[in-house]
Design a protein around this ligand. Structure first.
Ligand SMILES: [Zn+2]
Ligand SMILES: [Zn+2]
Length: 251
């Protein structure tokens, strides 16, 4: 997923497989300049990086921000653990483009004029959510969010801070209410919980994201219909389901 605002270099949200297709739309002869905000290093959030065409272009500068990595010691160390043979033919340093890894955790960043808030999000392992203000619009990105497995459905202060009054909230919605009890500690939440987060934070639009890989379009539509049914009276103006190629214009 990518945020584009006039006058700002692009900000990539996680490095999933979609990165390759977006990279194909760029001018391959021009060095790329941009940043990535990585929520955490589970495979589904990083495996697009080595296949991002601009990393093959000399002069490219790609700044990758991610949470601390206690197991490998550093963000760079963790990426290097899979960006090397036998998982990939070359290492990150051997790629012609310059990829720089940065640790960021519960801080506020300025990315070429875009204001970025980084806060911890409950999931499995160190995980960040992001709030980005650029081009007069505000977007919150919470792709993987462990909802409380039992007891009151409290939303963490950090998540509420990220989502407060945003124009667009992109949020985990992996499970149905019926599925959740069997996977209640797997790091995710229901679409109903995504609506609750949007409502409590005063988000204007909600995009249901991180669909369970087993869903077909009809199953996603069913979840979307239920979530839309919860929106009236909450202040949420629109609920959408993310899909490949979706473009949303803000402002
Ligand atoms: Zn995850
Ligand atoms: Zn994930």
């Amino acid at each position: 997923m990518v945020l584009e605002a006039t006058g700002h270099p692009p900000i990539v949200l996680d490095l999933g497989t979609g990165l390759r297709f977006w990279g194909d739309t760029l001018d391959a002869t021009e060095p790329f300049r941009g940043s990535a905000l990585v929520s955490h290093l589970h495979f589904d959030h990083i495996q697009g990086l080595p296949f991002f065409p601009p990393v093959l272009c000399p002069g490219t500068r790609f700044d990758v921000y991610a949470p601390p990595q206690p197991v490998e010691g550093s963000v760079e160390g963790a990426f290097s653990a899979f960006l090397r043979p036998p998982f990939f033919p070359v290492t990150a340093e051997e790629l012609p483009g310059d990829i720089r890894f940065h640790e960021s955790w519960n801080v506020d960043l300025d990315l070429d004029g875009a204001k970025v808030m980084v806060r911890e999000v409950p999931h499995v392992g160190p995980t960040s959510g992001y709030r980005i203000e650029a081009g007069g619009a505000t977007v919150a990105y919470i792709p993987d969010h462990q909802m409380p497995a039992a007891g009151p459905l409290t939303v963490s202060d950090g998540v509420l801070e990220l989502c407060e009054g945003v124009d667009l909230l992109i949020h985990d919605s992996q499970y149905t209410v019926a599925e959740f009890p069997a996977k209640s500690t797997w790091g995710h939440c229901t679409a109903e919980f995504a609506v609750q987060v949007a409502r409590e934070a005063g988000a204007r639009r909600l995009v249901l994201f991180h669909h369970d890989p087993s869903r077909d379009d009809a199953a996603v539509d069913e979840i979307l219909t239920r979530a839309r049914g919860l929106a009236p009276g909450t202040g949420i103006e629109e609920v959408l389901a993310a899909h490949e190629g979706l473009v949303i214009s803000l402002g």
